[in-house]
Design a protein around this ligand. Sequence first.
Ligand code: CUA
Length: 342
Amino acid sequence: MTQSALAGVTSAQPGRWCVRIVCILALALLTGCEQVNVQSMFDPAGPGAAEIDGLWWLMFWMGTAVYGVVMGLFLIAIFRRQWKEGDDVPPLGNTGFVVTGGAAIPAVILVVLLVFALIVHFSVAQGGGSVSVEVRGHQWWWEVNYPEHGIRTANEIHVPAGESVHLELTSEDVLHSFWVPQLHGKRDLIPGDTTTFWMEADEPGIYRGQCAEYCGLQHALMAFRVVVHPPEDFDAWVAERQEPPPAPEDSLLQRGQEVFLSETCVECHRIEGTTAQGTIGPDLTHIGSRLTLGAGIIENNRGNLSGWIVNAQAIKPGNQMPPTSIDSDDLHAMVSYLLSLE
Ligand code: CUA
C-alpha cells in the first residue's frame, strides 16, 4: 500500500467511525420509537405491575440520590486541594463522618428499601379468583386451558378486565418463565411442578407476554398475547369457544378438512369434533380466531399460515413442526378450512 493510500485510510477512519456510531445510536433510538409501550413494565396496566413499577422507581431515585451524593463527595475530595491555599489541607471527614456516611445512612436506606420491597412482595402475592387458567410451557409455545370452562387454546390468554385471574403454571419440558410486563412480574414454569400466580388488567386491550427464562434455541420467539375483554364480552368469548366448530358445508372447506385429517397434522394437533386429537402441538379448534401464529411471532393470515404449514422450520428453526409436502390446491383448501375455524 502506498503512503498516500495509507494516509487516506487513516484520515478517513475517524470520520467513518463517527458515522457508524451515529447510525447505531439513531437505529437504537428508532427501534425504541417502534417498541414504546409494546411490552414495557414502565407502562403498567394492572395493579400488580403498578406496584412493581412504583417499587422500581423508588429504588431508582434512591439509587440516583446516593450516586449523586457519593460523586459529589468524590469531586470535593479531588478538587478541594486546588480550592485551598497551601499544602496543609486537613483530611476530609473523620471517624464520625465515616461511620455515619459509610454505615448508618446506608443501613437506614437499605432498611427502608427492604420494608417497601417486602410490602410489595406480600401485596403482589395476593390475588386470583374469578377466572382460572392453566398455562403449560412447551419448547416453544404456550398451551392454555380453562378447566372450569372446558376450553383449550394456545399462545393467547383471554381474560375479563378488572378481574383477578388465577394462573396455574407448569412446563412440559424445560424451565420457562411467564411474564406479561404490563400486568405483573415473572413466574417460572417448572417441569413436574405447578406454580400458582395471578394477573389483572385494568382496561380491555392486548398485552404482549414473553418467556423470561432461557429455554433453548427459540426462547426469544416464545411470545403470547393476553387479550383483555370487557367482562360481558368475555362471557361471549367463553360461550363461543365452548362450541366445537360446525362441520364445513362449503365444498372447498370440506376438501380442506379431508386434507387436514388425511395428513400427519392429526398426530400432533387437535380439532374438537373431528378425529384430530393430537396433543403434541397447539390445539387448533378455533385457530381461525387467533391473532398470531408460531407463539406470537407472525400475524395469523392466509399467507403466513400457508408458509407455516409448508415449512415452519424456515420461520422458526428447531420447532417441532416438520415441513409438509402438499400441492397448492390442497394447501389452499386446508388453509381456508383452518381459517374458517373461528
Ligand atoms: Cu420458554 Cu424461554
